[in-house]
Design a binder for this molecule. Structure first.
Ligand code: NDP
Length: 480
């Protein structure tokens, strides 16, 4: 398969004709050739977006909401293809690609279409004047997204950006370009006006950087690692571009003394290892009250040991590969570090045996790994690994739990497990995180604000926060 950039409604090869390889991390097999585009392609995409902007932004929000529904309908028709493609490109189990990636990619469009229809004009009356809040698009926006939930995270930005009347230049991760290409094919099929959505494939420091630097791109919505987020901020902020940064996390799962282990243990396993731990919201530090620590560890390790790791296309697989051999080596280096720091490997810690893939040196499988005995301040316990590795820690008081939860540079997400929901909620208010779940994990209402505090990000997405990011609000004050 050969994929191309999608610019001005057409699939076109990169101007400098450089191509690169896309492979399946579950077996190392080549799956596609993709553009290694350059700043020239970004220029062409921006030009197309510029031409499309006047007409697209002139539609009413309801007309654009109709387009979002049309996109959702069209994606629905290829839902299984989206899931299969995402599983192939990322190595994630097909069951997750269906239930999480494909489902949410479609519902992102549905949600924002419906949300738009519920919006009321913002009007503030004074005794002698009326203020009308006027919303206009930012213009051309750059969307840069990571590999862990490729289409899910791209559409989370595309839907509100389109809704608010912007034209888009998007760059998916070079490791997972295929479902973005499917989206582009879909938009071409339903005849979204040319130039409204443009896709440029390539490397972060080349295509990504060119998007950040382009003077005609008014806003950047970026999801990725904190280190890259710093580069994004450093480049785009002096150009006064509007910026949304959704960055890394090292999220705490806090288990209080009154928690019911029958429900908590499976909840903590899911929070730790969904998508091989490669969800920014995964609970990779588990803080357990001392009184239940031993029992929790025993049951947690039993359940982790029973996880089915293997061929992502197998319906029974619970954990597939990680994203690449390079990422696997990074994860292994953290497991080595954990041992150096005095940690004890309670489960996993080595490359996975995966049946037919067993002898393949290019299959990026690692067993879910549980580590005990580390200080909560160790590097292993505070740095983002973004893989199937969790550390276990015990605490004795709620204050200590909060101090441990808040000890990293990150503040993206967390969860608290207790039989007393009120106590859980009160404690949640003290966790320095953009989102805290009580007795659940990854339970999302798309109307709510989503984003990190501290080094996990700047700004919020979701519901009205996405609409606000992708628009300029001005006030028109009319004297009576
Ligand atoms: P990266 O930061 O490496 O990459 C994210 C995107 O940025 C990719 O498209 C990448 O391109 C691009 N990029 C890299 N360098 C530059 C640059 N100089 N200028 C512009 N763009 C650039 O993240 P990963 O893809 O490795 O994703 C994992 C990270 O994402 C984790 O830290 C995770 O926590 C975070 N994340 C955060 C979420 C949130 O909502 N807060 C959600 C999901 C993930 P390329 O792939 O070509 O390098």
């Amino acid at each position: 398969m050969i994929i191309s950039n999608f610019i001005d409604g057409n699939f076109i090869p990169p101007i400098e004709n450089r191509m690169m390889d896309d492979s399946n991390p579950a077996n190392g097999a080549h799956i596609a050739m993709m553009p290694r585009a350059s700043a020239l392609d970004v220029d062409a995409a921006v030009l197309a977006a510029k031409r499309a902007l006047p007409q697209w932004s002139a539609l009413t929000m309801i007309e654009r909401a109709d387009w979002l529904d049309k996109i959702a309908d069209a994606l629905e028709e290829i839902k299984e293809e989206i899931a299969q493609t995402e599983s192939l490109d990322t190595g994630k189990p097909i069951s997750i690609a269906r239930s999480v990636d494909a489902t949410r990619s479609i519902s992102n469009f549905r949600f924002f279409a419906k949300f738009a229809r519920s919006q009321e004009p913002l009007i503030f009356e004074m005794s002698d004047a009326t203020n009308h809040v006027h919303t206009s698009p930012l213009g051309i926006v750059g969307l840069i997204t990571p590999w862990n939930l490729p289409l899910y995270l791209l559409t989370w930005k595309v839907a509100p950006a389109l809704l608010m009347g912007n034209c888009i230049v998007a760059k998916p991760s070079e490791l997972t370009p295929l479902t973005a290409d499917l989206l582009a094919q879909t938009l071409q099929r339903i005849q979204l006006p040319d130039g409204v959505f443009n896709l440029v494939h390539g490397l972060g420091p080349e295509v990504g950087q060119a998007i950040l630097e382009h003077p005609d791109i008014a806003g950047i919505s970026f999801t990725g690692g904190t280190a890259t987020g710093r580069i994004v901020a450093r480049t785009a902020a002096p150009l006064f571009k509007k910026l949304s940064l959704e960055l890394g996390g090292k999220n705490a799962t806090i288990i209080l003394d009154d928690a019911n282990l029958d429900t908590v243990v499976p909840g903590a396993v899911t929070a730790a290892f969904t998508n091989s731990g490669q969800v920014c919201l995964c609970g990779s530090r588990i803080l357990i009250h001392q009184s239940i620590y031993d029992e929790f560890c025993k049951r947690f390790v039993e359940q982790v040991d029973a996880m089915i790791i293997g061929d992502p296309s197998d319906e029974s697989t619970q954990m597939g590969s990680v994203i690449s051999m390079e990422h696997l080596q990074k994860i292994e280096s953290y497991i080595d570090l954990a041992v150096e720091e005095g940690g004890e490997i309670l489960s996993g810690g080595s490359r996975a045996m995966t049946g037919p893939l067993d002898s393949n040196p290019d299959a990026a499988f690692i067993r879910p790994t549980v580590i005990g005995g580390l200080s909560h301040l160790s590097r292993t316990s505070t740095e983002e690994i973004f893989g199937p590795v969790v550390t276990l820690h015990s605490f004795t008081t709620d204050d200590e739990a909060i101090e441990m939860a808040n000890c990293t540079e990150y503040g993206l997400a967390g969860s608290i497990w207790t039989e007393d929901a009120e106590r859980g909620k009160e404690l949640a208010e003290r966790v320095e995180s953009g989102i805290v779940w009580v007795n659940t994990w990854l339970h999302r209402d798309l109307r709510t604000p989503f984003g990190g505090v501290k080094n996990s990000g700047v700004g919020r997405e979701g519901g009205r926060w996405s609409l606000s990011f992708f628009s300029e609000m001005t006030n028109i004050c009319v004297k009576h």
